[in-house]
Design a protein around this ligand. Structure first.
Ligand SMILES: [Zn+2]
Length: 249
């Protein structure tokens, strides 16, 4: 009877004992009891095993998350370090040849731009495409201006081309990139239709660029001059992607 009572008390205490939450005296008594009571030992083993099983998935998930975060962090630090070295080297070269802003500094800012892109994309959770496009737009815009300033004003090479060709062509191609991304983000188009639309806009972009550079006049653009050379590849792509979109959708 006394032994039965002891077993009942131990079984009541076991959850606390397994969690390590029982008082020192209870902890010791339960441990002693378990040493010579097979019944309670069996109950204890089951309880401990179940607890371990419950705890594991959470722990494994947490470890995975932690590792992923750490990996991402090292990646970003590595990237930041590399760009810093690149910029430092560029700065030293610039000082050594005493030329103010040079190509090496432009290359350095290109590295920073690429870093900012990778960083933003890896950090942002929503609207990745929009954020990427935003950075591409601002970054290319700034780079274009930097190249113009460096070449024309500081290195005295080349002509003032940014307003005649640079910005119009950049805006044209940013539009080609932005429109499909906007359709995807806000109109929820499927990805294949977005690619098809992109290719359609590339055709317009090709003709638009030739118009801006003066290779073609309006007459040639309206009649889609040299269609095979300028647009056939894109047309084939459009047909293929629209078909894929219909089959998958
Ligand atoms: Zn017992």
């Amino acid at each position: 009877m006394e032994r039965e009572l002891a077993c009942e008390i131990v079984k009541d205490l076991l959850p606390l004992y397994v969690d390590g939450m029982a008082s020192d005296v209870s902890q010791r008594s339960v441990k002693e009891h378990l040493e010579h009571c097979e019944d309670c030992k069996e109950v204890y083993r089951n309880m401990a095993f179940r607890l371990e099983e419950e705890a594991q998935p959470i722990e494994a998930g947490e470890v995975k998350r932690f590792l992923k975060k750490t990996k991402q962090m090292y990646f970003l630090y590595g990237l930041g370090g590399l760009s810093f070295i690149a910029l430092l080297v560029c700065g030293i070269v610039d000082l050594a040849i005493n030329k103010g802003i040079t190509w090496s500094l432009i290359a350095g800012s290109a590295v920073m731009f690429a870093d900012a892109l990778v960083y933003a994309v890896s950090v942002c959770k929503r609207n990745k495409a929009l954020v990427t496009m935003g950075i591409i737009s601002i970054g290319t815009f700034l780079l274009l201006i930097a190249i113009q300033i460096a070449r024309y004003y500081l290195m005295h090479v080349g002509t003032f081309w940014i307003l005649h060709y640079g910005l119009p062509i950049l805006l044209l191609w940013l539009g080609v990139l932005w429109i499909p991304v906007l359709c995807r983000t806000f109109l929820k188009w499927n990805i294949w239709d977005c690619i098809a639309l992109f290719l359609l806009l590339v055709i317009a972009g090709n003709y638009g660029t030739k118009l801006i550079t003066g290779d073609y006049g309006w007459e040639e653009v309206v009649h889609m001059h040299n269609f095979v050379g300028n647009a056939l590849g894109e047309v084939i792509g459009i047909v293929v992607f629209v078909i894929i979109g219909r089959v998958k959708g």
